[in-house]
Design a protein. Structure first.
Length: 324
């Protein structure tokens, strides 16, 4: 009798625990959500975070705070989220540097894969190869020929070490077999004056960042880096079309939650983020800025991150880039 009573008590406690857990999941979000953007305001991931955050608020009635925590190529902001409570109330909207950093840093304060739960890839931003307008190259083929004829005489600018623009240029350098030096700047806009003045010869930058310079005749666009042309610069061929077969890079963004976040919460975040990315007004705002909405499942985003990590590790190795 005592054993039976004890078993019934244990069973009752178990059912209460399950009920409490289910109630907690149903109650989520129970407080404001924070989306950490590991970069300064104004970029693609910042814009995506704000658009998606507004849709989360409309769907769930909880405020969504966007916190910009830039520094160390996104490492500082990502580390903050990796160490946050895994309850779905603190998220990161990371850029492609998240997958590049393992090749740039010997030791990160978190595991790039195991430290997070992937939620959804939010967007893709094509890069474009632009050159100083005085450079005698009106195509990628002509550019490669000119650089090969003058080895070591030219340099390329980037928005900083380890970002997608830097690594995309290194991929071009190795695939084209050209000898050209790297000059990193603190952000892409800081590099534009020197590029326009001819102190550097070329640069890979986001379509959104350089489209005004291209349309204003200050820079010449030779190719976009993605497998499809950009809606912002539809007349500019892809790198593959321009003669560098197999070339395909971009910068991108995606939502991550801390490792251990309940699957049910990740599923809710994923579903609502996909709804946001499919909304006409969201798509219109992103595409007007040269940002292509993405979407998909958490598993797809997780696999994509690992593929990107492997690809950029190979690029870094071929380019002789040593992690710091």
């Amino acid at each position: 009798m005592k054993i039976s009573t004890t078993l019934r008590g244990v069973a009752a406690m178990g059912m209460l625990a399950l009920a409490a857990g289910a109630q907690a999941q149903q109650a989520w979000p129970a407080k404001p959500i924070t989306i950490v953007v590991p970069a300064s305001p104004g970029g693609a991931i910042d814009m995506a975070a704000r658009l998606i955050g507004a849709r989360f608020t409309a769907a769930w009635g909880q405020p969504v705070n966007i916190e910009n925590k830039g520094g160390a190529a996104g490492v500082l902001g990502s580390d903050f989220v990796a160490k946050a409570a895994p309850d779905g109330h603190t998220l990161a909207l990371v850029a492609s540097s998240h997958a590049i950093n393992p090749s740039m840093y010997r030791k990160l304060p978190f595991d790039t894969v195991k430290g997070f739960e992937p939620v959804v890839q939010t967007h893709v931003v094509p890069l474009v190869l632009v050159v100083n307008k005085e450079l005698p190259a009106k195509s990628v083929t002509e550019l490669v020929g000119h650089l090969k004829a003058h080895p070591g005489e030219f340099s390329y600018a980037s928005s900083g070490n380890g970002g997608a623009p830097h690594m995309s240029a290194e991929l071009f350098r190795t695939m084209a077999g050209v000898d050209i030096a790297h000059v990193p700047y603190k952000g892409s806009t800081a590099a534009h004056p020197d590029l326009i003045a001819g102190r550097t010869a070329l640069m890979f930058d986001t379509v959104a960042a350089v489209a005004p310079q291209v349309k204003g005749g200050k820079l010449r666009a030779l190719a976009v880096t993605t497998s499809r042309r950009s809606s912002v610069l539809p007349e500019v061929p892809t790198m593959a079309e321009a003669g560098i077969k197999g070339y395909d890079t971009s910068t991108w963004g995606g939502l991550l939650a801390p490792a251990g976040t309940p699957r049910e919460v990740v599923a809710k975040l994923n579903a609502e983020a996909n709804k946001a990315l499919a909304a006409p007004e969201v798509r219109e705002k992103l595409m007007a800025a040269g940002i292509e909405p993405a979407g998909g499942t958490p598993a797809q985003f997780g696999a994509f991150i690992q593929t990107e990590m492997q690809r950029w590790a190979q690029v870094a190795q071929r380019a002789g880039i040593q992690p710091e």
